[in-house]
Design a protein around this ligand. Structure first.
Ligand SMILES: [Zn+2]
Ligand SMILES: [Zn+2]
Length: 273
């Protein structure tokens, strides 16, 4: 199984980091987790395309994680000439979000159907709203879900993907909680969105301080990884985004609490398990 960090950015615009998304390739099955800014470009860079996806899994409805889902839907639709159905799984609220996206795309959908004789129908999208604890299969991959904690964003859901005896936990934005522990337990790789609490506490402005109470810090992600015996910890969606010169410092902070391998994500970082 390959876990490709297709977007390691956050809401803060960054020329080198697309918005949050992760592509998993397992045998013949490809699954996208979240669809942040620039995701389709990054999928192309990773040798993938929306038409190759068995499904899209969404952790929560914060804009940075879903703002390019419309591009996934449209590209999937056009490149399949309207024939394929895109499977989308997400928390309660997902169906309405997708429905509203399709409404926003109505002019485009109309133009393309009018222009292309082979295109006769709007995008086919099948949305499943998950109750944490649900499990299901997509292609060759078995997927387990659990509730995460990112209040006031509710509900939020994390995923554990299993293929050929290998597991990857992709949990989205969350503070440490039982759901994350469950998903990351013994995982071959645990991917966690993180911030640097010690840096953000020094920043001016109330909005910067607000983000502290609903994200995992590097320390907490490392503590979780150690507590549940995750084999690798991959950090993504880092706030503030470190420069490569700062990576050793981030790794050293995590290593104070975690004895496994720590990976600082760049766009296209690929973790093979
Ligand atoms: Zn969020
Ligand atoms: Zn986020």
């Amino acid at each position: 199984m390959e876990v490709i960090l297709t977007g390691t950015g956050s809401p803060l615009p960054d020329a080198n980091r697309a918005g949050p998304s992760t592509l998993v390739k397992a045998g013949e099955t490809q699954i996208l987790v979240d669809a942040g800014r620039g995701v389709v470009m990054r999928m192309a860079g990773a040798g993938s395309l929306p038409g190759l996806l068995a499904g899209v899994l969404v952790t929560h409805l914060h804009s940075d994680h879903i703002c390019a889902l419309n591009d996934v839907i449209t590209t999937h639709w056009v490149m399949s000439q309207g024939n394929a159905t895109l499977q989308i799984y997400g928390p309660v609220g997902m169906a309405e979000f997708v429905d509203r996206q399709l409404h926003a795309l109505e002019p485009d959908i109309g133009y393309r159907i009018e222009h292309h004789d082979v295109l006769t129908n709007p995008p086919k999208v099948d949305v499943t709203e998950l109750v944490p604890g649900d499990s299901f299969a997509l292609g060759e991959v078995q997927i387990a879900t659990a509730a995460t904690e990112h209040a006031p964003v509710r509900p939020t859901v994390g995923f554990r993907l299993e293929h050929d005896g290998r597991t990857a936990a992709l949990v989205g934005d969350t503070v440490p909680c039982d759901g994350v522990d469950e998903l990351a337990a013994g995982a071959d790789v645990y991917v966690q969105t993180v911030l640097r609490r010690d840096i953000i506490e020094l920043l001016p402005g109330e909005m910067a301080q607000d983000i502290l109470d609903y994200h995992s810090g590097v320390v907490e992600a490392a503590q979780t990884a150690e507590r549940v015996g995750a084999k690798r910890l991959a950090l993504t969606h880092m706030v503030p985004a470190p420069t490569p010169e700062q990576y050793p410092e981030w790794i050293a902070i995590a290593a104070e609490h975690y004895s496994g391998e720590v990976i600082i994500g760049d766009d296209f970082t690929t973790i093979t398990v």
